[in-house]
Design a protein around this ligand. Structure first.
Ligand code: 6R9
Length: 651
């Protein structure tokens, strides 16, 4: 940890907000100071007032926070609302003709939806869900590419009170099956396929494979036609979206639900083998998802907001499907990839649709940076006024490139730290107020009581690294792990006796109170901003008939942040030459099939054993050193068989 801290502390540049953004931003220094003061003085009241002001309630709540079963907190429980009503219907009086979604497909096809059109689409699909037997509380899996129908499906679920769980389209049939079964979902909504980088990617095929292996809870599969590739349809179970929707009304009365009714589950990797279903509620989740679009992105009626995240991740929930719509903003959705047909694609989309606020991940910035500044220079990016980043720490070099080359040296870089579990931004700058330091996500938001503590749970101050924790509950925090309250408590609260929400990241706070995220402290990798559990990949590897044992570690990677490095013990002889190459390929494809291509190891090394202590614990820190290609200087005296290190280094 100490190496990291030192290297980060050498970053001393500070960027004040420009005069233009200072003047434009809805939240100025005075307003922000008043918010901090109010939150400090009355934490629950601060959130309660915002909930009353920002959301449309069918029935007002009388109690903001129910902590009677802490740490299972519930917000605004006796209030009633509907999330989809808050995202769509309430704008219709004043904004029915305003664009809600500007969609650009992989091949450059463009489709616009006004708020009225979005309303009608969502209502028709909500009526379809009801007709197909979906009731309040049922779980619905959405396994779709990045097209407006994914958002329409999410909003329609919210309208009828069904709990959706979006599974990223890049996950395999096996990963899909695990999630369907854990959620005991009644329906899957999918497409024949998706288009990415000029190629048609099948999706329905993976659904069929998953259903062939189990998933007995699934009664219906609704299939949207996107690519028109041939897909088999099983009579009685599978139905085309357009056929199911035929004759449905454009009107649907949204179901008013308790504010703590679950809105969605999103599966995410943790330090144990199986992904957990992070459960989010309705009112509290929407409040923070909406507010942070106002606070961090300063969204107003003239803005065109493009968040490049897929709806399969939390960022695509809070900053595509829900938050900006609750603000009544115009969003861009893009189906394709940043490098197709060439590395100017992102900048072309920004130019063509007049994007003013752009939000992406450091891995994308680093990848596009490699192509040089001449490519973005070919596009008119003058409308951009705020740039955001999320998913992993952004290195100062990428920060500067983003700020100077994409942001003309004027756009503030809003580095937002948060997680699937937190629902919305937690630590981030306000564009019109906060001086920026490249590489720091700056300060916790008002009402977010995030601190850094030592092993004993005592707050530590300047310049020492420790655990990032959150002391007080906040409205968009996860409600629990689906069906497993104990796992929720064990994972997030047990470490400090239920006193703090434990984030799983290490961080340090500098003398100005700025937070610098150092990385995960658990066995979670961050590959291109996506969370992958080392245990998950290890379980996939050992499920291969020829694998006896596996250990996975992260290796620093200049574009992806981290790459997957696997050490494998086969139950056959140590392979060599062409045989070894073939085995490496076989295992990489195996992992892609078990989890998805994002989990494919970049490197695989074979050994006759793994470095273990005499008590049988795998010494991962040694494996990390080997993965980096560095010399081993650590103490290896507790190793059972030190010769194994040489073998793994040479392999
Ligand atoms: C939103 C999202 C969460 C983990 C988190 C941390 C890392 C996210 C970051 C960041 C440094 C940032 N992370 N944003 N690290 N600076 N701005 O990414 O959610 O997929 O659940 O990942 O990502 O390690 O704990 P999720």
């Amino acid at each position: 940890m100490s190496n990291n801290i030192e290297s980060i502390l050498t970053e001393t540049r500070v960027f004040e907000p420009s005069a233009a953004i200072k003047q434009q931003a809805g939240i100025n220094a005075d307003k922000l100071a008043a918010m901090y003061a109010k939150a400090e003085q009355d934490h629950v009241g601060f959130w309660a007032d915002l909930a009353k002001e920002k959301l449309s309630w069918h029935k007002p709540f009388t109690q903001a926070l129910d902590d009677s079963k802490a740490p299972l907190y519930r917000w605004f429980s006796d209030g009633e609302l509907n999330v989809s009503y808050n995202c769509i219907d309430r704008h219709l009086d004043t904004k029915s003709d305003k664009l809600a979604i500007i969609f650009e497909g992989d091949k450059g096809d463009v489709h616009h939806y006004t708020y009225q059109e979005l309303h009608d689409e969502v209502c028709r699909f909500a009526n379809t869900l009801k007709t197909q037997g979906i009731k309040q509380g049922d779980r619905v899996i959405i396994y779709m590419p990045m097209i407006p129908q994914a958002v329409i499906a999410m909003q329609a679920c919210a309208r009828v009170g069904a709990i959706h769980s979006v599974v990223f389209g890049g996950f395999s049939a096996e990963a899909l099956k695990d999630r369907v079964e854990n959620a005991a979902a009644k329906m899957i909504i999918t497409t024949d396929g998706g288009l990415r980088g000029g190629k048609a990617i099948p999706l329905k095929g993976a659904v069929d494979q998953a259903l062939a292996k189990g998933c007995d809870s699934v009664k219906k599969v609704i299939v949207y036609q996107r690519t028109k590739q041939d897909v088999p349809m099983q009579a009685g179970r599978d139905i085309w979206w357009h056929e199911a929707e035929a004759g449905m009304s454009n009107y649907h009365d949204p179901v008013m639900l308790p504010a703590d009714h679950p809105l969605f589950l999103l599966y995410t990797s943790g330090s144990t083998g199986t992904p957990k279903g992070v459960q989010h509620g309705s009112g509290g989740y929407l409040l923070n998802a909406m507010l942070t679009n106002e606070w961090m992105f300063d969204l107003n009626d003239q803005d065109v907001f493009w968040c490049t995240a897929d709806v399969g991740w939390i960022t695509g929930h809070s900053y595509v499907a829900y938050g900006p719509l609750a603000m009544g903003a115009t969003i861009v959705m893009f189906e394709g990839v940043p490098t197709y047909p060439d590395a100017g694609r992102f900048w072309q989309v920004c130019q063509d649709h007049g994007v003013t606020v752009f939000y992406t991940a450091p891995t994308a910035i680093r990848a596009l940076m490699k192509f040089g500044k001449d490519i973005p220079a070919q596009y008119d990016l003058s409308k951009l006024r705020i740039l955001g980043t999320v998913g992993e720490p952004i290195n100062p070099e990428a920060w500067m490139w983003y700020h100077e080359v994409i942001g003309r040296g004027e756009c503030p870089i809003i580095d937002t730290w948060w997680q699937t579990e937190t629902g919305a931004h937690m630590i981030a700058p306000f564009p019109g107020v906060t001086p920026l330091k490249p590489g720091s996500c700056t300060r916790p938001l008002p009402g977010i009581d995030a601190i850094v503590v030592d092993e004993e749970g005592n707050e530590i101050g300047n310049n020492s690294g420790g655990y990032l924790v959150v002391r007080k509950p906040w409205p968009s925090m996860l409600q629990t792990v689906w069906g497993d309250d104990q796992r929720y408590i064990d994972t997030y609260y047990a470490k400090f006796n239920n006193k703090y929400y434990v984030v799983g990241d290490s961080a340090h706070k500098d003398a100005d109170g700025y937070i610098w995220i150092l990385g995960r402290i658990d066995d979670v990798l961050n590959v291109s901003g996506h969370r992958l559990g080392t245990m998950e990949i290890e379980s996939a590897l050992v499920a291969h008939p020829k694998v006896a044992e596996a250990a996975v570690v992260g290796k620093p990677h200049d574009v992806k942040g981290e790459s997957v490095f696997a050490f494998v013990v086969l139950n056959t002889d140590l392979p060599a030459g062409a045989e070894r190459d073939a085995m490496v390929n076989e295992l990489r494809n195996w992992v892609a099939q078990e989890i998805g291509p994002i989990a494919k190891p970049d490197d695989i090394r074979f050994g006759t054993n793994l470095p273990k202590t005499r008590s049988g614990k795998i010494m991962r820190r040694l494996l990390r050193t080997i993965a980096k290609g560095e010399e081993i200087t650590q103490d290896t005296s507790t190793l059972e068989d030190p010769s194994i290190l040489k073998q793994l280094q040479q392999a």
